[in-house]
Design a protein. Structure first.
Length: 300
């Protein structure tokens, strides 16, 4: 769907440009370690590094303590795709994979629901959400990874989308549908160039009167007007594009996710201190110890 973006630092908390992640390790499939621990202004409540293998047909049942998913015959936003986690989602070698494809005229997509502690719908009022991912170029499909209102009252209660991207596009988008909206186009939006050949980390920070987005640690923009203020839950949705044209029957490819992490907004939270120095094998100065990166509160 749609929303809006960041740019500056969040007063009284870490900014969206702060990744809160340790340096890369050769053991990480994407080359970037999952962030573990609190950040200034954010208390970590959910992580998944995908260490449990799940064969096709067993998601989300095998990892039901952490995941749910929309099930067939539920249709996607435009109605061309069918949510089919049993035909799409598997986990191996530390990566969750979505194999997006068509079978017998059915366009198979997925919408994954992390069980973030909070409301009965796994939602929370404000939060920080990070995901490490890589996408193939797949004609006729898109990602729209979003925060959706627990109330299901849309567009009145808003929506926050990032990243959102047609999978053959060279840009990635972020959108904030405003609180109190009367139509879907009542939103703020921004875009950033996107390289589909690389892994990326996308971060949403949603706090009182502020939404920020960052891609690979770089702020994109910030939204401060009519920010949603009702509980929302995270939906990692991959679907068909929002057009009347069907995807090509032969279009197929993979969406890979290395890790996901979520934090609850908590002004009293303090960044988890570094314990063990880590040498970054990707750093040309491989004889220098690089401490795990952390961020301090910046106050306006």
């Amino acid at each position: 769907m749609s929303s809006a973006l960041l740019g500056g630092l969040s007063g009284g908390r870490a900014s969206a440009g702060d990744t809160g992640r340790p340096p890369a390790s050769a053991a990480d499939p994407s080359g970037e370690t999952m962030p573990v621990g609190d950040l200034d202004g954010w208390r970590q409540v959910f992580t998944d590094d995908f260490t449990t293998n799940v064969r096709l047909g067993k998601f989300p049942a095998k990892v039901a303590d952490k995941w749910d998913a929309y099930q067939a015959p539920t249709k996607d936003t435009f109605g061309h795709g069918t949510y089919s986690p049993d035909k799409v989602v598997s986990v191996s070698h530390g990566v969750l994979n979505e194999y997006i494809h068509a079978e017998n005229g059915v366009f198979m997509v997925a919408a994954l629901l992390p069980k973030v502690p909070g409301t009965p719908r796994q939602g929370q009022m404000y939060g920080r959400y990070a995901i490490r991912f890589k996408t193939d170029r797949i004609e006729g499909y898109k990602v729209a990874w979003l925060l959706w209102p627990d109330s299901r009252r849309w567009p009145r209660d808003g929506e926050i989308d990032f990243p959102e991207r047609n999978l053959v596009s060279d840009s990635v988008f972020g959108f904030v549908h405003h609180q109190g909206a009367r139509h879907g186009s009542d939103q703020a939006s921004a875009s950033e160039p996107y390289d589909s050949s690389s892994w990326h980390t996308a971060v949403i920070e949603w706090s009182p009167d502020l939404v920020t987005f960052a891609l690979d640690g770089v702020p994109i923009d910030r939204v401060t007007e009519r920010v949603p203020k009702t509980p929302m839950h995270w939906v990692i949705q991959t679907e068909t594009t929002l057009t009347s044209t069907l995807p090509p029957a032969t279009a197929a490819g993979n969406i890979q996710i290395d890790w996901v992490a979520a934090w609850q907004y908590d002004p009293a939270a303090v960044a988890t201190p570094d314990v063990t120095p880590v040498t970054d094998p990707t750093d040309a100065r491989d004889n220098i110890v690089v401490n795990q990166t952390r961020y301090r509160v910046l106050r306006s």
